[in-house]
Design a protein around this ligand. Sequence first.
Ligand SMILES: NC(=O)c1ccc[n+]([C@@H]2O[C@H](COP(=O)([O-])OP(=O)(O)OC[C@H]3O[C@@H](n4cnc5c(N)ncnc54)[C@H](OP(=O)(O)O)[C@@H]3O)[C@@H](O)[C@H]2O)c1
Length: 278
Amino acid sequence: MAKYSFRNQVVVVTGASSGIGKELALRLAESGALLVLGARNMAKLEAVAKTCRQKGGQATAVQMDVSDKESCRNFIEKTIEKFEKIDILVNNAGISMWSYFEAFTDLTPFEKIMQVNYFGSLYCTFYALPYLKKSKGRLVAISSLTGKTGVPTRSGYAASKHAMAGFFDTLRIELKDTGVSVTMIYPGFVATDVRKHAIGSNGKSLEKSPLDETATMTVEKCVDLMMPAIAKRKRELVMTLKGRLGLWLKLIAPGLVDSIALKAVSKKKQPIKKADKK
Ligand SMILES: NC(=O)c1ccc[n+]([C@@H]2O[C@H](COP(=O)([O-])OP(=O)(O)OC[C@H]3O[C@@H](n4cnc5c(N)ncnc54)[C@H](OP(=O)(O)O)[C@@H]3O)[C@@H](O)[C@H]2O)c1
């Protein structure tokens, strides 16, 4: 039985066709939420919505692209047409990268990552905010530990996740007296297809994860941690003890945290090197 009840709460989730968004949708459905799920791949999204309904929730799939402002506006309008309110917006859709900055010969991937991760969250939040204020609802944003500290090969991704943190931390303060809460989620490595889809220095998806995925957190565990944070309107959730220790260490020995980040993406583990530069 679901531990936290989201019964009759209207929850909008972007990037719900796979990974963390999909698992979160299934879990929210079990706890009685009324879901509106967004992503580009409609076949995968419909399948998730169907499973959500089988688990007892109501779920509607809406094809959308977070990098397109009008698509985000339509997504929120469709939610209001269907359920007449929004209680929770989860800004989860995201894409990553995996290559040293100097290896890129074209900067389009950096613009794309910012457009999806940062502007996508901003657009959906902008259109949903009037409804969230009415319901005294919750804003949730999925950042990353790279939204707290830089990581080699993730420059554009880290920038987009830092941008999200700056935006949502500011909104939290601005919305203080409105009853709308802001919860930031900072996962570490989670076993999803995010690294398969990550953009390499040639501007294309890697197609294969460069990481030993067996050493990553399961998506179920990630959502286990997220559910109470969302339910309790936590300010932020920084995943793993290592992640939390890293934040503390960064305050007193930032150079050491840089060395740890460098080691984590060592040449041995890191197949995409500067030498890839064409
Ligand atoms: N997995 C990790 O290790 C990890 C760690 C830290 C943070 N995160 C963050 O967690 C979030 C979810 O990622 P994930 O790990 O679950 O990866 P994933 O399995 O690749 O899922 C990404 C989701 O985002 C959607 N998406 C991508 N571009 C989109 C666009 N332009 N418009 C609408 N939807 C879009 C994808 O759906 P479509 O392709 O169907 O559009 C998919 O549903 C991301 O923000 C990611 O940065 C992940």
